[in-house]
Ligand binder design. Structure first.
Ligand SMILES: Nc1ncnc2c1ncn2[C@@H]1O[C@H](COP(=O)(O)OP(=O)(O)OP(=O)(O)O)[C@@H](O)[C@H]1O
Length: 347
């Protein structure tokens, strides 16, 4: 488990003070894939660098497996660091060393026997699917292959924690997907806790269990990915979520519909939100079949997060008010969140 307790981090440079972290309290449980998202300068890298103590907090505690890092001796700190692997946006491989040698570095530093190193490096190469590249140099590899080598090196010491600093930001979409799948496999197979920083919400959507949204050195929202995606509270979170879940219909369309509504009392506009089982049941279809109201579907969007479907739909219901109210009750009883749109505020 990783815990931040009232953590502050201030940088002082050339007389300029930057408050990079401002009272961070966060618990990352063992085995989680925890995403930290925020715009540039939010404090994500600083937060992650506190986990392996590359940076020290100005105030507060960083606690890893019940050990308060700033109370440890240098040798105790080295032991903790040994169990933390890290991968980077630009891979950080040594260009003058072969793939084999790059992966072997952490084991050589630990003065492992030659035979042990041989065996472990070949296991890791097989695990990341690059056995045939053992004698290649980094410049002979693609970006995705370099990141696989970075991952193999990070796993060499059998870490408990893997830190990923924008690990897919330099990769194309297909390679990003392959690397995210590999990180997921590592987490599932070895129960390694993954802390992943990114500015891309689709990375969070793909593999994270939990997410913390950072802004100006603070965590403004955190929780299960599904909850945060389903009901983002903060404007910045809503902006991030809207990059992967498009649940808005064009302003112009809604304005026209609402103008029409004024002339016909029996047309009302609703936003329906589905989560999990409510998304898999054909509730809207059943409403149509009941024929009490006319259902006009204007816009619908579905996403799958953590094997759960999340969706939203804008519908017009036409009919007398009693029938419309009965229809809304029917949807609510079947787990659909229904919001009537009486006026439209452009986002
Ligand atoms: N070594 C440093 N010295 C001085 N200021 C720093 C240092 N490292 C970070 N900062 C400042 O602290 C703030 C947080 O930086 P940090 O790199 O943690 O943010 P970030 O969210 O990771 O940004 P990015 O996505 O651009 O990497 C920024 O204002 C940055 O300029």
């Amino acid at each position: 488990m990783i815990r931040f307790e009232n953590v502050f981090k201030k940088y002082e440079r050339n007389g300029i003070t930057t408050q990079a972290l401002n009272n961070i309290n966060l618990t990352i449980r063992k085995g989680d894939i925890y995403g930290i998202i925020g715009y540039s300068g939010a404090g994500k890298s600083t937060l992650v660098r506190l986990i392996n103590f590359l940076e020290k907090p100005t105030k507060g505690n960083v606690i890893i497996q019940n050990q308060v890092l700033n109370q440890l001796s240098n040798s105790e700190l080295r032991q903790v660091r040994r169990k933390i692997g890290m991968i980077f946006q630009h891979f950080n491989l040594l260009e003058s060393k072969t793939v084999f040698e790059n992966i072997a570095i952490p084991l050589i530093l630990l003065k492992e026997k030659k035979q042990t190193i041989q065996k472990r490096v070949h296991e890791l190469l097989a695990f990341v699917g690059l056995s045939e590249k053992a004698n290649s140099y980094p410049k002979e590899l693609s970006g995705g292959q370099k990141q696989r080598i970075g991952i193999a090196r990070a796993l060499a010491n059998n870490p408990d924690i893997l830190l990923c600093d924008e690990a897919t930001s330099a990769l194309d979409p297909q390679t990003t997907q392959d690397i995210l799948d590999l990180i997921k496999k590592i987490n599932e197979r070895y129960q390694i806790t993954v802390v992943l920083i990114t500015h891309e919400m689709h990375v969070i959507e793909q593999i994270c269990h939990k997410v913390a949204v950072m802004e100006k050195g603070e965590i403004i929202e955190h929780g299960n990915v599904l909850d945060v995606f389903g009901h983002p509270k903060h404007q910045t979170t809503q902006n991030f979520v809207s990059t992967v879940i498009n649940d808005q219909i064009p302003d112009g369309v809604v304005k026209n519909l609402l103008a029409l509504e004024k002339t016909k009392d029996n047309i009302r506009l609703f936003k329906l939100e589905f989560l999990g089982s409510s998304a898999s049941e054909p509730v809207v279809n059943k409403l149509i079949l009941q024929q009490k109201v006319i259902v006009n579907i204007l816009f619908a969007h579905m996403s799958e997060i953590q094997n759960t479907v999340l969706g939203s739909m804008f519908v017009q219901l036409k009919g007398n008010d009693n029938h419309i109210n009965d229809s809304v009750n029917y949807l609510c009883q079947h787990g659909v969140q229904v919001t009537e749109i009486n006026h439209w505020e452009s986002n």
